[in-house]
Design a protein around this ligand. Structure first.
Ligand code: PLP
Length: 404
């Protein structure tokens, strides 16, 4: 039987056998990839419509990034921050310029960037704003996803992410996403920051109501509160701009960046801000052994240079319109809602038809890989190197899954 000759079933079994079950992956085992395409251990090809949750904005193995990584591997991979290495300054300067900020602080994972933002905001609150010691508070939104550390899950409103991981870190107030009046009402003399995703990715690509982000910016400025934008998933070209905040002309006090910053090769995250905020940190107060390592900086500098051309942002805008048109054509034909910004889409499937998981399994059988978020919602976030024809192909496969 052909089925018996496939390598996938045993590879799936082995992966399940030796790992904690903190993920529920689709039963596909990838062995190589290029651009927007993945190949599995049995030679089947799939169009990648997740792009590593936006960590692969530039596609798999972008030649410029791979070259930078190879060259760096041959010279120097790690020093720790005890010494300065020759890739560090360029990366920090060029990323700061891309962000329009004075300084950056490199870390590794997104959660670390969020933790860094929280620590900086608290210290700024005590040292600059004059908040009573130990009383600093940060306002966050319900439906948020900022990572998995014990502090971050303390203010999650998703029971799966939060339950049984207490005791929880105090100092956070949750308000409804998109409700400016609630946010303003929650601010008091101890509020040091508002921490928001400009678009809530994990929640299903939930877009803020028009005027919300500018309103948050205005309130934060008026009340001397930092606006911390978690652009870890929404940033770096995904939505057709370098930052999702730009769609409404908003500039936060701190950008939290990750995912695509590492070019799909290494984990790289960073916080970008001005000296009056990021400057509160002094030696010994924060750090990371691997943060800003030479390999990370070499790759991420090239990422910043790719973004500085604006080409990926333009592609995302143009192709995003094609994705939107295709998906909106499926409204009433199995889809009940579609939210698109750039090459990022949340689609809600009629829950009487199938779950998001079932839709993703059926898409997989048709050679398209995507990921469900909650219930009957799936998220499409293809690499920004995807072509118009490939977008049409992905939409056609979704249409076929919905019609079956
Ligand atoms: C908006 C946002 N913030 C933070 C994170 C955490 O990033 P990491 O998984 O690299 O810790 C994620 C990951 O999905 C995210 O989407």
């Amino acid at each position: 039987m052909i089925e018996d000759m496939l390598r996938t079933p045993s590879a799936v079994r082995d992966a399940e056998r030796y790992t904690a079950h903190n993920y529920h992956p689709l039963p596909v085992v990838i062995s190589s990839a290029e651009g927007a395409w993945l190949t599995d251990v049995d030679g089947r090809r799939y169009l990648d419509c997740l792009a590593g949750y936006s960590a692969l904005n530039f596609g798999h193995r972008h030649p410029t990034l791979i070259r930078a990584a190879h060259e760096q591997l041959d010279r120097l991979t790690l020093t720790s921050r005890a010494f300065i290495h020759d890739q560090f300054a360029d990366f920090c300067r060029e990323l700061a310029a891309l962000c329009g900020k004075d300084l950056v602080l490199p870390m590794n994972t997104g959660a670390e960037a969020v933790e860094t933002g929280i620590k900086v905001a608290r210290k700024w609150g005590y040292q600059v704003k004059g908040v009573t010691p130990g009383q600093a508070n940060i306002i966050v939104a319900d439906g948020n996803f900022h990572g998995r550390t014990t502090t971050i899950v303390s203010f999650s409103t998703d029971d799966d992410a939060r339950a049984d991981f207490g005791p929880y870190t105090p100092g956070f107030t949750v308000v409804p996403y998109g409700d400016l009046a609630a946010l303003e009402a929650a601010i008091d003399e101890n509020t040091v920051a508002v921490l928001l995703e400009p678009i809530q990715g994990e929640q299903g690509v939930v877009l803020p109501p028009d005027g919300y982000l500018p309103g948050v910016r205005r309130v934060c400025t008026d009340r001397n509160v930092l606006f911390v934008a978690d652009e870890i998933q929404s940033g770096l070209g995904r939505t057709g701009r370098t930052f999702a905040c730009e769609h409404e002309g908003v500039v936060p006090d701190l950008y939290l960046l990750g995912k695509a910053l590492g070019g799909g090769i290494v984990p790289v995250s960073a916080v970008a801000g001005n000296a009056d905020v990021l400057g509160v940190l002094k030696p010994g107060q924060h750090g990371s052994t691997f943060g800003g390592n030479p390999l990370a900086c070499a790759v991420a500098t090239e990422v910043v240079r790719l973004l500085a051309t604006g080409d990926f942002q333009r592609r995302s805008t143009e192709l995003g319109e094609r994705l939107r048109a295709g998906l909106e054509g499926l409204l009433g034909k199995g889809l009940v809602a579609v939210r698109v910004r750039g090459l990022w889409a949340g689609v809600d499937i009629d829950p009487t038809l199938m779950t998001g998981r079932q839709a993703c399994e059926r898409l997989m059988e048709r050679g398209v890989l995507a990921k469900d978020t909650h219930g009957s919602t799936i998220r499409l976030a293809p690499p920004l190197v995807i072509t118009a024809d490939e977008i049409d192909h992905a939409v056609a496969q979704l249409a076929a899954v919905l019609a079956a």
